[in-house]
Design a protein around this ligand. Sequence first.
Ligand code: ZN
Length: 57
Amino acid sequence: MTEAPQPAQLPVPTPPGVYEHICEHPGCRKWGSFGFARNQRDEPRWFCFEHRSDGGN
Ligand SMILES: [Zn+2]
């Protein structure tokens, strides 16, 4: 009985309209979980938990 090697699990495909967003705080490379947009026409700005206050105001 031969066990075929399992392929590496593929990452979840990125849904349309969602793209990678890294924290915009200078020098910070963390994932930006918090998006801020002043209005719906603005591109949202993304910040990590630590720096979410950067975009809050
Ligand atoms: Zn950050």
